[in-house]
Design a protein around this ligand. Structure first.
Ligand code: ZN
Length: 210
């Protein structure tokens, strides 16, 4: 794991702390998500916290005037966000970074239902044990983990540790995707619980479309 990846990891853990502090949604006119990702992931890694896919430069997300690069995608079980009080078996986080260092994370909630070919491919090829990143299966297209509609909830926060000016945009898609219960079970064998601590359920991030 290189220095930048370690930094990424550190940021993600700080992100969890931040998310706890912003439990509100604001209804407003949101710009469309302009996603221009590549069709493959570069590497897949079991990093001891989650299963993560890393992406080469060139996969972008445009949000207003800002262009972010897709850096990595990882999974949580159960979901870290709740919609209308509803919890989901899993959640995918697509972590993007702008040249300024600002982060934008797209969250996709994962319900159990029809099999999802992309998630099935990830589960079939994920390293069972913690270790270095390995080449990802060429059939893992990140677009396969997006719902048809890209409506979303948005909230922003800043990192709680220096540099505090660094902005994190959370973009949680309104529509969940469906994945096979058996694939969730396979992921759960490796990571039964890797969402933020749930002792205080009121600290989970609740989203409401009022
Ligand atoms: Zn995450």
């Amino acid at each position: 794991m290189g220095r930048s990846r370690r930094r990424e990891q550190g940021l993600l853990y700080r992100l969890s702390a931040i998310a706890d502090r912003y439990c509100r949604t604001v209804k407003s006119q949101l710009p469309a998500l302009k996603i221009a990702w590549g069709k493959t992931a570069e590497t897949i890694v079991n990093n001891g916290h989650t299963i993560q896919l890393n992406f080469a430069d060139g996969s972008t997300l445009k949000l207003g005037d800002t262009t972010y690069n897709l850096v990595q995608l990882h999974f949580h079980r159960p979901s870290e966000h709740l919609i209308g009080g509803r919890n989901f078996p899993m959640e995918a986080h697509f972590v993007h970074r702008a040249a300024s260092g600002a982060l934008a994370v797209i969250g996709v909630l994962m319900a159990e239902g029809k099999a999802n070919a992309t998630f099935a491919r990830i589960v079939a090829t994920m390293p069972a044990k913690e270790g270095p990143a390995v080449k990802a299966d060429g059939a893992i297209d990140p677009h396969g983990l997006l719902p048809a509609k890209l409506g979303y909830y948005r909230y922003s926060g800043s990192l709680t540790t220096p540099p505090c000016a660094e902005v994190v945009e959370w973009l949680v898609l309104t529509d969940p995707i469906q994945v096979a219960a058996s694939d969730v079970a396979s992921f759960a064998k490796l990571y039964p619980m890797n969402a933020r601590p749930v002792q205080k359920s009121n600290r989970r991030y609740v989203l409401q479309s009022s």
